[in-house]
Design a protein around this ligand. Structure first.
Ligand SMILES: C[S@@+](CC[C@H](N)C(=O)[O-])C[C@H]1O[C@@H](n2cnc3c(N)ncnc32)[C@H](O)[C@@H]1O
Length: 243
């Protein structure tokens, strides 16, 4: 089973392209494509030529293992979505799933410019922004909506979160053809956490700026009802006259 949002993109493309006299080539790029269950597998199963880039060697290895096990040619290589190693207008469809949320807001803008460059005119782009209604959000808020979390000693993970009115601007120049805000309740993963562990998480983060220690302590009681990922998803078309 793949993430629901990825099926949504595939279904949208299928419906959209069936209506066209000259459908685009079935060629798709995933930015941040690595990991144990690469979403490109879904497109592969539907007859697409699939390509992916990921910045992490470990994530690429996991995706390659998946591809080998299921005999899928996923074409995932090392690459940074802020500087995509493909020529202009190479892909009909470009997406990312759960990856741009790990970039700073400035880098998200750079990545979207790059995704636009490699996307054909009239092609479709799928993006997901993490909403600031997600809970909990760990880390130090270094800039508005950018949370920096030190997971291990030198391993920093960023989460960029957005308000509802903030995200449309990132798609200026595109025609937004679909937009959805989706809440995934994830209370189960917090059910068995003890109060001590709960407070330890807080104390391990040297600068957890979103909540005070006291608020965090009180949140323990209702963590199961409150825990959620919230995303704002977009499908957008690159206009024919887009430069
Ligand atoms: C949470 S994982 C999601 C992986 C995959 N999309 C999935 O749904 O299973 C985020 C991925 O984005 C990759 N990533 C982070 N920054 C990147 C960048 N600048 N360029 C390419 N990949 C990046 C990470 O290495 C990681 O594999």
């Amino acid at each position: 089973v793949w993430p629901a949002a990825v099926y949504t993109f595939l279904e949208f493309i299928d419906r959209d392209q069936r209506r066209k006299d000259a459908p685009l080539e079935k060629k798709v790029l995933d930015c941040g494509a690595g990991g144990a269950k690469p979403p490109l597998g879904l497109f592969y199963n539907h007859g697409y030529e699939v390509h992916g880039i990921d910045i992490s060697d470990d994530q690429i290895i996991k995706a390659k293992e998946f591809g080998a096990k299921h005999r899928m040619e996923l074409h995932i290589c090392k690459g940074d979505m802020r500087n995509i190693p493909f020529e202009d207008e190479f892909f009909s469809f470009v997406f990312e799933y759960y990856s741009i949320c790990h970039l700073t807001k400035e880098d998200i803008q750079t990545a979207i410019k790059e995704m636009t460059r490699v996307l054909k005119k009239d092609g479709l782009l799928f993006l997901g922004f993490m909403s600031d209604e997600s809970w909990p959000i760990f880390g130090e808020e270094k800039k508005s909506g950018e949370f920096w979390l030190s997971e291990r000693d030198d391993d920093i993970v960023v989460h960029s979160v957005f308000t509802d009115d903030e995200t449309d601007e990132y798609l200026a120049g595109f025609n937004i053809v679909w937009k959805e805000k989706r809440i995934s309740w994830i209370g189960e993963s917090y059910r068995d956490v003890s109060k001590d562990e709960w407070m330890e998480w807080y104390d391990k983060q040297p600068a957890m700026t979103r909540y005070s220690r006291e608020d965090w302590s009180q949140m323990y009681e209702y963590r199961e009802n409150k825990a959620m990922y919230t995303h704002i998803y977009y499908i957008a078309r690159r206009p024919l006259d887009n430069q």
